[in-house]
Write a protein that binds this ligand. Structure first.
Ligand code: ZN
Length: 126
C-alpha cells in the first residue's frame, strides 16, 4: 500500500491530515487547519470545498469558475505557514506555471460562524 503525503506539506498522510476535512467527516478546528485544507484542495481541484469554506458574505467576490481556473493553471509545489495567530494565517504557497516558479504570499483572515471556520479575507504581499 502506498502512503500518500498530504499536499499541504504537513508531513502527515493525506488520510491523517486534510482528507477528513475534504470529505466533510470533521471540520477544521483552527484557521491553520482550514488554510492547509484549502491549499490542498487547490492541488486536488476541489472547487466545491473551496467555495463552501469561503465565508458566505464574501462569496460574491469569487466564482467557482475562477477558483477552478486558478487551481488548474498552476502546478502547486508546497505550502509554508509563516505564522498563525488568532484568526489570522500568513502563508506562502509555491507554484509553477510552465518553467517559472512563483510564490503567493498572503495573510488570510478567517471568521467563525456557528462553530465553523471560514476564509474571510486575504491581504497579498508583493
Ligand atoms: Zn494537509
Amino acid at each position: 500500500m502506498s502512503i500518500i503525503l498530504c499536499a499541504c506539506s504537513s508531513g502527515k498522510t493525506y488520510a491523517e491530515c486534510c482528507q477528513p476535512f475534504h470529505l466533510g467527516t470533521i471540520c477544521p478546528r483552527t484557521p491553520e487547519q482550514l488554510m492547509r485544507s484549502r491549499y490542498s484542495a487547490y492541488t486536488l481541484n476541489l472547487v466545491d470545498y473551496l467555495w463552501e469554506t469561503t465565508h458566505p458574505l464574501k462569496r460574491y467576490l469569487h466564482s467557482k469558475a475562477d477558483i477552478e481556473s486558478w487551481a488548474k493553471a498552476n502546478h502547486w509545489l508546497r505550502l509554508e505557514i509563516v505564522q498563525a495567530f488568532n484568526a489570522v494565517v500568513e502563508f506562502k504557497a509555491f507554484y509553477q506555471q510552465g518553467l517559472r516558479q512563483f510564490v503567493h504570499h498572503e495573510r488570510s483572515t478567517f471568521k467563525k460562524e456557528v462553530g465553523k471556520w471560514y476564509y474571510f479575507t486575504g491581504e497579498h504581499f508583493h
